[in-house]
Design a protein around this ligand. Structure first.
Ligand code: FE2
Length: 336
């Protein structure tokens, strides 16, 4: 597949003044550039990952999806044009604003601006987080995942899956319809949620250390109305996370730890049996009826013993000695 990762995202906001503090003191991003109408944030060794521009209303401006090189970009542009898609070729001025070597862009069926680029510029200094966190899990997995709301799944899914080459990870029908798509071993880099409305649902950023997320939760608890979805664990990417409302309130950020990686070559998509979460994730953005349905699904998942091992990285866990007869027997039973 040509697209390899979510590279950068552009947002619009009517609350730019509040965004600098939200981005640095809560999310832990580094404010790389600050102008009267735009903030540029870093989250790793790249020069920019998130661009937030002042506008009359909150929303998205662009999504930057990364391909390997100029040849891959040209081949993708040719393939899209042959399929009848209108492809715009970004000029040098746009490439320099995005800090990439080259890009094209097109619109998805809902009018979201989808940019495909190669050659992201590295920063000339080490990443300095805005608060004391261990850092963000990016690299070949990209900057995280983006989730769009769509009026009808079937009207948008073919664009990303069949035209752009995203692959289906899994899907769910309840408590809302959603499809999860991957472009690398991150379980999903894009998801589409059928809410009846076109919009942006959330951007997920993954931290290296569980305590980064817990300490972020403490910060969010201190601000009335900040938390949009309580702490919980997803049933498909195993992410332990919570969601906050970004300044303006219309865009959410998922702040997570312990996401799984998959083998894209061997992965078989399937329907999620228990909705989106193993536990938690009380979704305050759902209608009361759907919220109740989601809670009932979590309780059913617990009743059936639905669980998954935590997904760790070298250096962020310590294995305890297996000295508990009960746990040892539980492990033996699970292995059988
Ligand atoms: Fe998410």
């Amino acid at each position: 597949m040509a697209i390899e990762a979510l590279g950068y995202v552009g947002l619009r906001t009517a609350e730019l003044a509040d965004w600098a503090a939200y981005g640095t003191k809560f999310l832990g991003l580094q404010l790389a550039e600050q102008a009267a109408t735009e903030l540029v944030f870093r989250m790793d060794d790249r020069r920019q990952r998130l661009v937030v521009a002042a506008d009359a209303a909150d929303g998205t401006a662009f999504f930057g999806w990364e391909v390997a090189d100029a040849a891959a970009l040209d081949a993708t542009a040719g393939r899209l044009e042959a399929a009848g898609v209108t492809v715009m070729h970004g000029d040098g001025a746009l490439a320099s604003r995005r800090h990439v070597a080259g890009l094209i862009w097109l619109e998805d069926p809902l009018g979201n601006r989808v940019e495909l680029f190669h050659g992201a510029e590295p920063a000339d200094s080490p990443f300095r987080p805005g608060r004391c966190i261990s850092g963000f899990r990016t690299g070949p997995l990209g900057m995280g995942h983006a989730v769009l709301t769509v009026p009808r799944l079937d009207a948008v899914l073919p664009f990303y899956r069949d035209l752009l080459g995203f692959r289906l990870s899994d899907w769910m029908e309840r408590p809302f319809r959603a499809a999860f798509l991957h472009v690398n071993p991150r379980h999903h880099s894009l998801a589409l949620i059928e809410t009846g409305k076109a919009g942006f649902h959330h951007l997920m950023m993954e931290l290296f250390n569980l305590d980064d997320v817990g300490q972020g939760y403490d910060l969010a608890l201190n601000e009335p109305g900040r938390i949009a979805t309580t702490l919980g664990r997803h049933s498909n990417d195993y992410m332990l996370s919570f969601y906050t409302r970004a300044p303006g309130g219309r865009v959410m950020f998922e702040y997570g730890w312990g996401g799984r990686v998959i083998d894209p070559g061997a992965w078989q998509p399937q329907e999620l049996r228990f909705g989106g979460s193993l536990w938690g994730h009380d979704r305050q953005w759902l209608s009361p009826e759907r919220q109740a349905e989601a809670r009932a699904m979590c309780i059913a998942a617990a009743a059936e013993g639905e669980r998954a091992p935590v997904q760790v990285l070298e250096g962020n866990f310590r294995l305890m000695p297996g000295e508990c007869p009960w746990w040892d027997s539980a492990l033996r039973r699970a292995a059988e």
